[in-house]
Design a protein around this ligand. Structure first.
Ligand SMILES: C[S@@+](CC[C@H](N)C(=O)[O-])C[C@H]1O[C@@H](n2cnc3c(N)ncnc32)[C@H](O)[C@@H]1O
Length: 188
């Protein structure tokens, strides 16, 4: 399953970088708190998230959002192959991150959020602030591809504290402003 996820992800073997945060989120939030991925592309990371929701076995909803790629067929095929009954429900939205945040996100309470779509520091920070209002305590928010951000934002004013995980950030991070490829927050 890991190799399938890696083959479908542009992150290759580093597709697992968000897993410690996902595992903590599943432990610390109730199962009605939704998992959200924005930027699913071919479904590499979404496969991993779905697998963990399946293992959790409590019917936690996965929501995926992508401007171009509707729910990938690879995910549907895997869902059928995995042991039945296939429990985690899953909703897919084909729309821009900004539109999802503004028009749809208020319908959910989030326990885990993985942002891997829009990568500009201004819009992503704005969206993190908006999404924080719909997160439950103990939820985790992960943002990928932040290596070129001049600094990692402090978001204490919206009850998000930065947390660190021992994950492979990639060798090329050494020369970057803060040395992080992905950044992690916990809702307090
Ligand atoms: C880096 S890829 C995601 C890779 C995926 N998470 C994985 O690990 O396999 C980025 C995806 O975000 C989508 N995307 C880019 N900008 C977006 C935006 N503003 N709103 C929604 N989706 C966007 C692209 O269509 C693309 O599928």
């Amino acid at each position: 399953m890991l190799s399938i996820a890696a083959s479908k992800s542009d992150h290759g073997a580093r597709v697992t970088e968000f897993l410690p945060a996902l595992q903590d989120a599943l432990k610390e939030t109730p199962s009605d708190a939704v998992a959200l991925e924005i930027g699913n592309r071919e479904g590499g990371s979404a496969i991993l998230i779905l697998w963990h929701l399946h293992q959790e076995g409590r019917g936690r909803l996965l929501v995926t959002v992508d401007v171009d790629n509707p729910a990938p067929d690879a995910l549907k095929t895997l869902a059928e192959e995995w042991s039945s009954p296939w429990t985690p429900p899953w909703e897919s939205y084909t729309m821009k991150q900004r539109d999802f945040v503004e028009k749809v996100s208020h319908r959910f309470r989030f326990g885990f959020i993985y942002l891997d779509a829009d990568h500009s520091v201004e819009t992503v920070t704005q969206d993190m602030r908006a999404l924080a209002g719909n997160m439950v305590v103990g939820g985790r928010l992960v943002v990928d591809d932040v290596q070129d951000w001049p600094e990692l934002p402090d978001l204490f004013d919206v009850d998000l504290e930065r947390v660190t995980y021992e994950v492979d950030q990639g060798d090329q991070m050494v020369s970057k402003p803060h040395g992080q490829h992905a950044v992690f927050y916990r809702k307090i």
